[in-house]
Write a protein that binds this ligand. Sequence first.
Ligand code: AMP
Length: 507
Amino acid sequence: MSFDSLGLSEPLVRAVNELGYTSPTPIQTQAIPAVLNGGDLLAGAQTGTGKTAGFTLPILQRLHSMPAVATGAGKRAVRALILTPTRELAAQVEESVRAYGKYLKLKSTVMFGGVGINPQIGALKSGVDIVVATPGRLLDHMQQKTIDLSHLEILVLDEADRMLDMGFIHDIKRVLAKLPPKRQNLLFSATFSDEIKTLADSLLDSPALIEVARRNTTAETVAQKIHPVDRDKKRELLTHLIKQHNWFQVLVFTRTKHGANRLAEQLTKDGISALAIHGNKSQSARTRALAEFKDGTLQVLVATDIAARGIDIDQLPHVVNFDLPNVPEDYVHRIGRTGRAGATGEAVSLVCVDELQLLKDIEKLIKRPVPQEVIAGFEPDPTAKPEPILRRGQGGGGGGRSPRQSQGAPKRDGAASAKPAQRSTQRPSNGQQKPQGAKPAGNGAQPRRDGQRHDDRPRAVAHESAAAQHAPRKPQSSNPGALLGGGKPRNDAPRGGQPSRSGQRGR
Ligand code: AMP
């Protein structure tokens, strides 16, 4: 299968070929013709499947081939709007729009909160065809009447499940209420909770349904591994692994922002260049950390779940769960950062005795056990007793412990009961998908109280702590040797050993 056989024009095929894409990914094979057809689309696709090109390429083609409507001022009108949950994702999607559209005469811009609004107003004034935005900042522009969406033809909700998780539903409804009713709508989501189904139902008209990777399955191209370790040896083990294997571009997840900061500081002290990225960091700090990580000058990026959304780096080789996530679905999202679009990757989790229940939940969700390997010199103490997991103060390898009130049962958002969408492109008959009581788009919109709120920050913060607000989980008093001890100690010494063969693919 080639890109031109999907109906894409030569300038687009040339651009993707130059990026090294030789053949379309499964989501692209299905989404591109569906979007070119002009109908609505409901796509179940996780990040890393190539979904961005799946909607961007046909949008570019449609905008290029359909004559632009001249606005009163004779400038370009915004004809496509892509909404994303986070600033990072918005920036990356717009980068993709530019890259794929480099041989077309279409203009795009990105807008999100946390940065000055004036350059965005300037870009809009000069005329753009495609806007990529986070919902809050878009609403700011709509309120200030600095954006005219009256000529909008195509709307994309990217990572819609995350947008709902982050509390953007009211903003989305307010945006939808102001858009011209006749338009093409594309909704991409990794999961299908009841909320997503309701949104899809109110937004989409007889959509084509596609799904490429089943929800909550992990990519086969990601080698997953658990390293059982004592809680206060995690940081030392991470340093050992990074140095031993000469890992570069390591994305490390911690449960808390404080943990991310502490770990980045400690890794830096260990001689490993590391920065933390999370919702409390300024936009410029986040952008800088991401840029350095992308160009390889920063060895380790330590992130919380929300901050990591949208980080898209080709063939990110290593993902480390320094802490297991409270919500098992986040494990799937996290390790989706590696092994993207067919590349192989490695996802390593450092698991202490406190996290056995979290591990069990994850293995239940992904329907398979994750292989365990004890690293020589870091064997967990078989007599260690589980302790409640901390909300704060963890993340640097122990210390400062106080009882956790917060971490609890994994989120059960109804996704488990959601039926997977059909595998092949097809259109359900009208009304077939409508659940009872679905509201039309725009209903229930509520005025936003803080007109100047930054886009995603308060919500990101809310989300980062949301998982911690579930009912307290009782730690399981399992013996770590019994549950975690399945792996064999490796022969590599804890410090100063020879780089292993796997180290050669570190960069
Ligand atoms: P996405 O799921 O859109 O975040 O894309 C994941 C990664 O796959 C991005 O780094 C893209 O550059 C890359 N990618 C997208 N489509 C292809 C393709 N057809 N072949 C190879 N890489 C691709």
